[in-house]
Design a protein around this ligand. Structure first.
Ligand SMILES: Nc1ncnc2c1ncn2[C@@H]1O[C@H](COP(=O)(O)OP(=O)(O)OP(=O)(O)O)[C@@H](O)[C@H]1O
Ligand SMILES: [Mg+2]
Length: 472
């Protein structure tokens, strides 16, 4: 049963491992390749440069011995033309002329530079040495008694010999294979380890999600520190679980509230009907009025619930147009003249001289004002007052509805907009209230991009402030 959600996860792990493997492998291979190319370039550039530098040093040495040879053989190059084998001996460094021919040799010339030396006379005719000197040859004059009697040149190496190159490439290929194999192993290891490590928390969330889907809203995953995606995933999951938990609790509470609210007027209705049936009460006009009153309460409750549920699914229709709040509030207050009088309240209306325009649904806004004034009629002691003011504050329209005692304690103020919330359930019920009026007001305010807040009024009662955006 727990296995089902894990199968896609195994697939995910496999996919991730494969991708990570490819990524690490290609990185390692690219690095190995770059190193190969780089060391090859290095060899052909720097190593050849090094050989040439050595050769130039040798050239300086050879110049000394060639100059000495010239001087000792009658200040002429003829000796080299007659006996070309002397050229080779002449180039052996650090060997004085006297010892030439003896078995003593100078240090071996490993760079083979002397083979690329060429000797020219003062007229640039070749006397001895390398027969194919290049244009780029390095040359040094042979000076005897202040006169240039010839030139010694060195033809530089331009590339490594094919044999050396092949040897080098073979070595490189061998180490390439070794590096490649090591890279494959490394990539495999890193990919496997990393995906396992990365997926552990994901796996935990997947398991928890499965339990959450099965209705276990208590489930939570351990949250890791940090701000990476995985930590955020765990945090978001826990937030999701918490929200679902809360919503579920609210749903149950709401169902309990609704059934309780419906049960009370139905119970009263049933009791009255039974009394009529048993003949304990006579079916007269007064009994009928009482029955209708109970039915009326039920009717209003069901209407309010319907409206709230429509607002919740976002289906409450609003037909908006430019509305003048000054006029609207005046009309709404006027409609309550009788009611206010009946409750023993005096009304103070404070309206501005200019219209205050908002973009809204006139019917809904009047319903909102009606709910507020109705509340004041119900929950304000006789002899008190109700004050309504409309004003424009910058880009906002502000409507204040305040009344006299009794007020609402500060701790209840923010909760007034909850469904079925009543400060004094008994008093509210007696006056036919079910605690939905202000929730509906809040929905209407929000649907107009506005807000409604409850405060304690300096007049001693409740102060409700509605703020809506101005529409010009
Ligand atoms: N002007 C007021 N003065 C004092 N208390 C108030 C006032 N308006 C509202 N209340 C308190 O706030 C509670 C919630 O008001 P609300 O309008 O949401 O519900 P209701 O009036 O009880 O029922 P309904 O409006 O659904 O018929 C009331 O039950 C009452 O206790
Ligand atoms: Mg009300």
């Amino acid at each position: 049963m727990m296995r089902r959600p894990l199968d896609p996860l195994m697939k995910l792990q496999f996919n991730l491992t494969a991708r990570l493997f490819a990524a690490v492998l290609s990185t390692a291979m690219a690095v190995a390749l770059a190193m190969g190319v780089f060391s090859h370039l290095n060899l052909s550039r720097n190593f050849i440069g090094y050989l040439n530098e050595q050769a130039v040093n040798r050239l300086e040495l050879a110049r000394t011995s060639v100059t000495a040879g010239y001087r000792e053989h009658g200040r002429s190059w003829d000796f080299l033309i007659e006996r070309p084998e002397l050229w080779g001996r002449l180039l052996r460094p650090l060997v004085p002329e006297a010892e030439m021919g003896a078995v003593k040799f100078g240090p071996a010339d490993l760079t083979g530079a002397t083979r690329r030396f060429t000797l020219f006379n003062e007229d640039r005719e070749r006397i001895a040495g390398y027969a194919g000197p290049s244009e780029r040859a390095v040359e040094r004059p042979i000076i005897v008694d202040g006169l240039t009697v010839g030139w010694l040149t060195l033809t530089p190496i331009e590339s490594v010999s094919p044999g050396a190159e092949k040897h080098f490439y073979d070595a490189q290929l061998r180490s390439g294979w070794i590096v490649g194999a090591a890279a494959v192993l490394l990539a495999g290891g890193v990919a496997f380890w990393a995906t396992r490590r990365l997926l552990r928390p994901v796996r935990r969330v997947a398991e928890a999600t499965h339990r959450l889907a099965a209705g276990d809203f208590q489930v939570r995953v351990p949250e890791t520190e940090g701000d990476d995606d995985i930590a955020r995933l765990s945090r978001d999951f826990n937030q999701l679980a918490l929200t679902l938990h809360r919503n579920e609790a609210m749903r149950r509470e709401f169902m309990a509230d609704v059934s309780h609210e419906l049960r009370t007027p139905l119970g009263v209705l049933n009791g009255e009907l039974e009394a009529l049936e048993d003949g304990l009460r006579r079916l007269d006009a007064q009994a009928l009025r009482s029955l209708r009153g109970e039915v009326g309460i039920l009717h209003k409750l069901v209407d309010d619930l319907h409206e709230l549920s429509l607002a919740d699914v976002g289906a409450l229709a609003y037909r908006k147009a430019a509305v003048d709040l000054r006029e609207l509030v005046g009309i709404a207050a006027g409609a309550f003249k009788e009611r206010l009088h009946g409750s023993g309240l005096t009304l103070r209306l404070d309206l501005p001289t200019d219209p205050v325009m908002v973009f809204g649904d006139e019917r809904r806004l009047r319903q909102l004002m009606g709910n507020l004034i109705e509340n004041s009629c119900r929950y304000t002691d006789a002899g008190g007052a109700l004050q309504i003011s409309v004003q424009r504050q910058g880009r906002q329209a502000v409507i204040d509805v305040q009344d006299t005692a009794p007020g609402v304690d500060a701790e209840h103020l923010p909760r007034l907009f909850e469904r079925f919330y009543r400060v004094e359930p008994s008093r509210s019920r007696r006056s036919g209230g079910s605690g939905l009026g202000l929730s509906i007001c809040q929905r209407i305010a929000e649907a107009h991009e506005g807000r409604i807040d409850a405060l304690a009024s300096p007049m001693g009662g409740l102060w409700l402030r509605l703020v809506l955006p101005i529409h010009d």
